[in-house]
Write a protein that binds this ligand. Structure first.
Ligand code: SF4
Ligand code: ZN
Length: 327
């Protein structure tokens, strides 16, 4: 097996590209895929302040490393979810990554800031863990990005993730979700700009990227993931991909190219006002996250106070302020 570019021994075969690569050319391939997505979808610029959501897993650490390599200014946000030892060991991988590279990391611990963790919240509220977890992560990321004046939040969703979500949304014809499944979601009042630069790389590629770059990451699956239906969708798509390499990419990118404009992105701006407990945008009096906190902690709304997660840094005029550059 020889590298397609230099004919030296290859370390990985990528069947959907009909190519094998040596270490250097595989790493270059990953950088090129990310650069291409950023350019095609006009995601971020090098003068933007970017916040990456890091979990300690391969995708988010590979993404942070790739964006650094490509010259972007990226801070990290880690959320302590309170999922027993899994959260502790995930945090150690993030810490190690950050220390080796002297990067800036913001840490928000759910138990310290809001008095609950995902394990306890799901037990006391009888919610599916992933639902309590997803709601908490979205709320904390949005707040940290808006409070910190970041131009964009980047997340490590890869091609397998996006194809699986699309598959699930198509199976149930969830037209609202289909309209929002875009690689870029523009900023709206109270919500930051969100972009997904890893959509041209698969899980296997981000794992190989980490191994070849010497990045240690959380290999264990989250113990709460059982019953997460996206895992089933991923398995189904993996079987298709095995028989017909390139199917996932054709499915997802074909959707973005040929079908997404048939589904309107829901516009709820007129229905949103500030949550009476935390100030986050919501279409109810109290936002879904605050309702979760109240239920999980057994407290009442009068005990709930806005939490400042990130203080706003001084932003020099030359780099642009919050919301700049993406009108
Ligand atoms: Fe959260 Fe579910 Fe992911 Fe675990 S699997 S980190 S509970 S969303
Ligand atoms: Zn709220």
């Amino acid at each position: 097996m020889k590298c397609r570019v230099c004919r030296e021994p290859a370390v990985i075969d990528l069947r959907r590209h009909n190519a094998n690569f040596c270490t250097d050319h595989f790493l270059r391939h990953c950088r090129q895929q990310v650069e291409r997505v950023i350019k095609d979808f006009d995601m971020v610029r090098t003068d933007h302040r970017i916040l990456v959501a890091v979990s300690g897993g391969k995708d988010s650490l590979a993404l942070w490393d790739l964006l650094n390599e490509l010259g972007y200014q990226v801070d990290g946000l880690y959320i302590g979810l309170g999922i027993d030892q899994y959260s502790d060991s995930s945090y150690r991988f993030v810490q190690e990554f950050v220390e080796q590279r002297s990067l800036h990391l913001i840490v928000v611990d759910l138990a310290e800031t809001h008095g609950f963790g995902v394990s306890t919240a799901s037990a006391t509220t009888r919610r599916v863990p992933c639902s309590a977890c997803g709601l908490s992560k979205r709320h904390v990321f949005d707040k940290a990005a808006v409070d910190g004046g970041y131009d964009a939040v980047v997340t490590g969703h890869n091609l397998d993730d996006e194809a699986a979500v699309l598959y699930g949304n198509v199976l149930r014809w969830q037209v609202g979700y289909l309209g929002r499944q875009r690689p870029v979601l523009e900023a709206r009042a109270g919500f930051p700009r969100k972009v997904k630069p890893l959509i041209r790389l698969t899980e296997r590629e981000t794992a190989a990227y980490c191994v070849l770059r010497g990045i240690e990451y959380q290999v264990e699956e989250c113990p709460m993931a059982d019953g997460n239906r996206h895992l089933g969708f991923k398995e189904a798509l993996n079987r298709l991909e095995e028989q017909s390499p390139g199917s996932k990419a054709e499915f997802y990118f074909g959707y973005l190219k040929r079908a997404i404009d048939r589904f309107e992105e829901p516009d709820d701006r007129d229905q949103l006002g500030p949550c009476s407990a935390c100030g986050a945008p919501t279409d109810a009096d109290v936002c879904a996250f605050c309702r979760l906190v109240l239920q999980a902690t057994g407290t009442s709304i009068s005990d709930r106070r806005p939490v400042a997660l990130v203080s706003k840094p001084d932003i020099p005029a030359s780099t642009g302020g919050p919301g700049s550059g993406h009108e």
